[in-house]
Design a protein around this ligand. Structure first.
Ligand SMILES: NC(=O)c1ccc[n+]([C@@H]2O[C@H](COP(=O)([O-])OP(=O)(O)OC[C@H]3O[C@@H](n4cnc5c(N)ncnc54)[C@H](O)[C@@H]3O)[C@@H](O)[C@H]2O)c1
Length: 349
């Protein structure tokens, strides 16, 4: 078992280990006394794993309830958010009670936002059950729902008070969903840790998954603790993501986030080299690592189509974009580009 402490606007532990669900009741008592727990989970995770946490909570006499929503990105919506808020109100949850986000990134983002809105703020614990949520979305406090106009357009920063990651829960993930998380792991390797990249570049990561998750969380912690509100250094975490968002949108979200990130990282590395933003071409190395981890890397769209989407990305502030380029494996930097310049660069590739 490993613990990573995050010191942002809230100070909290991220505890990672195999078969650690039994820590949940003890930690809830320690942090929140006699609080009541509302577990929030999607239909898949409910069917696969909810009985395990329910048993732990019941055995220690912690009062709990569950809110289940249909699995999938479509549920990261204002409708499901308000359904959850109404349920909390009907069931008389109070300011001292706890929301427990038990699931992947969709569950975490939705529940984190609900926790900041209900009674202007109740406690929030994240229990990630996908690799992507373990290494990325459960830590750092970004929460959101999607609007008709685009992904993650309504949200707040709301750091959790505890993250409990039981790696045993990842055993039931399909290969595709596991691979989605590996795209983010590879991203962390490229942007901050060559040893991590080397460790994962040939695939076969499952035996070391606790160590890998902990390293990714440390990297995210180091970035979030200096730029919690995404004004500067945190933008490094967007390596491959400006293009990934365009790829996801163009595919009408048929291409998963992880696959889009894999395609986006390879394209970003290619574009960086062709436009002399970096002195070497790392695209083949990144592509090989993605493929070894079951990620498709061949983007089906031309770059000028992506340029159109990328220029409307919310991460493009005003007239410029911070495009993240790999200086080497283990270090990325942000290059400020005019939107027109960026779109032209994409169109020419
Ligand atoms: N807040 C952040 O910083 C941040 C960062 C990255 C991504 N995100 C968001 O995260 C979301 C994607 O996360 P995700 O890929 O975890 O999606 P997800 O929550 O939809 O989970 C993917 C699928 O895996 C299933 N699942 C979850 N746990 C399982 C388990 N243990 N066994 C079997 N199936 C399981 C889910 O039911 C779902 O069908 C997106 O909405 C994205 O915007 C947020």
């Amino acid at each position: 078992m490993r613990t990573v402490n995050v010191n942002a606007s809230k100070n909290y532990d991220v505890i990672i280990g195999e078969n650690i669900l039994n820590l949940l009741p003890q930690k809830i008592r320690e942090l929140f006394g006699n609080a009541k727990v509302m577990a929030v989970t999607d239909s898949n995770v409910f069917a696969l794993h909810y009985d395990k946490i329910k048993k732990e909570l019941d055995e220690t006499g912690i009062e709990s309830d569950v809110f289940v929503f249909p699995a999938g990105e479509k549920s990261k919506s204002p409708e499901v958010l308000f359904d959850l808020l109404e349920t909390l109100a009907e069931k008389h949850f109070s300011k001292s009670d706890v929301l427990l986000a038990f699931g992947g990134g969709v569950t975490g983002d939705l529940t984190g936002l609900a926790a900041s809105l209900f009674l202007r703020g109740v406690h929030i614990v994240q229990m990630p059950t996908t690799l992507l949520s373990a290494v990325d979305s459960s830590v750092g406090g970004k929460t959101a729902v999607n609007l008709k106009a685009g992904k993650n357009l309504a949200g707040v920063f709301n750091q959790p008070e505890l993250v409990l990651c039981d790696t045993k829960l990842l055993d039931t993930l399909s290969d595709e969903i596991f691979a989605d998380g590996m795209a983010e792991v590879i991203k962390y390797g490229v942007l901050a840790d060559e040893n991590l990249f080397d460790k994962v570049k040939n695939g076969n990561v499952k035996n070391d998954i606790e160590e890998i998750i902990a390293r990714c969380v440390e990297i995210k912690r180091d970035i979030v603790s200096v730029d919690e509100f995404d004004k500067g250094k945190r933008q490094l975490l967007n390596f491959g993501h400006t293009l990934a968002h365009a790829i996801e949108a163009q595919s009408n979200f048929e291409i998963s986030h992880g696959t889009a990130v894999a395609m986006g990282m390879v394209k970003a590395a290619e574009i960086s080299y062709k436009n002399k933003l970096t002195s070497s071409d790392f695209s083949e190395e990144i592509e090989a690592a993605c493929r070894k981890n079951n990620l498709e890397t061949l983007c089906p769209y031309s770059t000028d189509i992506l340029a159109k989407f990328a220029s409307s990305d919310k991460k493009i502030s005003g007239k410029s974009i911070s495009f993240i380029v790999p200086e080497r494996i283990g270090k990325c930097v942000g290059v400020k580009l005019g939107v027109e310049e960026f779109v032209k660069m994409l169109g020419e590739n």
